[in-house]
Design a protein around this ligand. Structure first.
Ligand SMILES: *Cc1c(COP(=O)(O)O)cnc(C)c1O
Length: 478
């Protein structure tokens, strides 16, 4: 019978794993960014069933190179410019390793006090770093919590907005299908998903039009939608505004949207999943103007703040409402600390009961980099993206199709005027660029047109990689 891995074996194998990760990072640039293998390739390398006898750790580790890395898209690759970045970093990985080793389940304060208290303090630190409204700090009526993802933050915001709108009836009687959620046509898909999960269905979500020039939500259209719904007997409940939309990083006008929300008593959730990290730089805080109107706000340190997935930072201005909405206290979870009212039990701030000690990786990252290190990372992405956009603009064949305040540039080959289908030309360019294996871009549609996206974000990406990206795109364009 195989024994547990003893401390000495763990030490030895653990060092080998750390070496393996360090080697992976230092050799990333030599690998193709994505795997070109067809579906099923990785699965075919695995045995059809689990082993009866335990195997040696050397065999397990060797299969990382044989089975896993050839079948990956390498998100930390210096040539990875797809979607939004999903940064990780040494301190994040090591903090996560410690959390894994502790194996603490932080559902209640009492099940791991440090797990809760470090998280509360880290979210206060982040609120200070981003200069968020004072009301979000745990020292006031609000507070922050780590969710697994921005999607979960939106779901939780939807639930507490329903709770508020129904004056508490949602909790006992369930959803009233006349409740309505509003976001722009550019809002993230997780908003619709949250509405489905909450029982409102897709029909419960109103997609408000945008200013065609900025792709930001039109607050006049928002007001009109809310008034029309009210006239029809529906209940406007939640507006999800976005700072940095997924498609083009458009920024919804929070002050005007906030005024509308205040006037009609509608919950305002601000989704800054990717772009929130930018607010650590004072010169980019204008992107968050009007955040004081928000009832809740989230951003993903796992996207652009060097903290590995999963880590979404979510704040509410009034934690009592959130806890009231989600708290269910069965006998087996009763404890003196909870009863005293002196502690936070984060199980009441999220959908699952259990939770990992995710604040540790954040603590490691914030201490290792310091505010200035994190600002330098964000600034480097913004600078590299701006330099790329300059090159695109300087070439008549191309156009930059949206503002790029952060580290995403949306661009495309212009129409040639001879009737050739420029959507097809752009799709073809994207396919040929990605087929080189040197870089990875993704695409979107802007005003109905096929558009290429280049998002800078890997900590391994330097000016030389952005130059290489441009040269590839330039040489393959036709
Ligand atoms: C990436 C993104 C999300 C979803 O993020 P997850 O944390 O992966 O759920 C939500 N909203 C916006 C604007 C995003 O860019």
């Amino acid at each position: 019978m195989a024994a547990h891995m003893d401390a000495e074996e763990f030490r030895r194998n653990g060092y080998a794993v750390v070496d393996w990760i360090a080697d992976y990072w230092t050799t990333l640039a030599d690998r193709p960014v994505t795997s070109a293998d067809p579906p099923g390739t990785v699965a075919a390398l695995l045995p059809t069933g689990p082993p009866e006898r335990g195997e040696s750790f050397e065999e397990i580790l060797a299969d990382l190179d044989r089975v896993i890395t050839p079948g990956l898209t390498h998100w930390q690759h210096p040539g990875f410019f797809g979607y939004f970045p999903a940064n990780t970093s040494g301190p994040s990985v090591l903090g996560d390793l410690v959390a894994a080793g502790l194996g603490v389940q932080g559902m209640l304060w009492a099940t791991g006090p440090a797990c809760t208290e470090v998280e509360t303090v880290m979210l206060d630190w982040l609120a200070e770093l981003l200069d968020l409204p004072a009301g979000f700090r745990s020292t006031g009526p609000g507070g922050g919590v780590i969710q697994d993802s921005a999607s979960s933050a939106t779901l939780v915001a939807t639930l507490v907005a329903l709770h508020r709108a129904g004056g508490g009836r949602w909790r006992s009687a369930g959803v009233d299908r006349r409740y309505r959620v509003y976001t722009s046509t550019q809002g993230h898909s997780s908003i619709e998903k949250a509405a489905r999960i909450a029982g409102l269905g897709d029909a419960g979500v109103h997609q408000v039009g945008v200013d065609p020039a900025t792709l930001a939500m039109d607050p006049v259209a928002l007001r009109a939608a809310i008034e029309a719904d009210r006239a029809a007997g529906a209940h406007p409940t939640l507006v999800v505004a976005t700072v940095g939309t997924t498609s083009t990083t458009a920024i919804d006008p929070l002050p005007a949207i906030g005024e509308v929300c205040r006037e009609y008593g509608v919950w305002l959730h601000v989704d800054a999943a990717y772009a929130g990290s930018a607010a650590i730089c004072p010169e980019l805080r204008w992107t968050h103007t009007g955040l004081e109107y928000a009832d809740s706000y989230c951003f993903d340190p796992h996207k652009w703040l060097l903290t590995g997935f999963d880590c979404d930072a979510f704040w509410v201005a009034d934690r009592a409402e959130l806890i009231d909405a989600l708290s269910v206290l069965p006998e087996y979870l009763r404890n003196a600390a909870t009863e005293s009212g002196a502690v936070l039990d984060y199980r009441d701030w999220q959908v699952p009961l259990g939770r990992r000690f995710r604040a540790l990786k954040l603590w490691f990252v914030l201490r290792w980099y310091g505010a200035e290190g994190l600002r330098a990372h964000v600034r480097s992405g913004v600078r590299l993206a701006a330099g790329f956009a300059d090159r695109v603009r300087a070439d008549d064949r191309f156009e930059v199709v949206a503002a790029h305040p952060f580290s995403l540039v949306c661009f495309r080959l212009r129409d040639t005027g001879d009737g050739a289908d420029s959507d097809a030309r752009n799709a073809d360019l994207l396919a040929r660029v990605n087929a080189t294996g040197r870089i990875q871009l993704t695409h979107t549609r802007v005003a109905g047109r096929h558009t290429l996206r280049l998002a800078v974000g890997s900590p391994h990406t330097g000016p030389e990689h952005v130059t290489e990206a441009w040269e590839l795109i330039n040489s393959l364009a036709r």
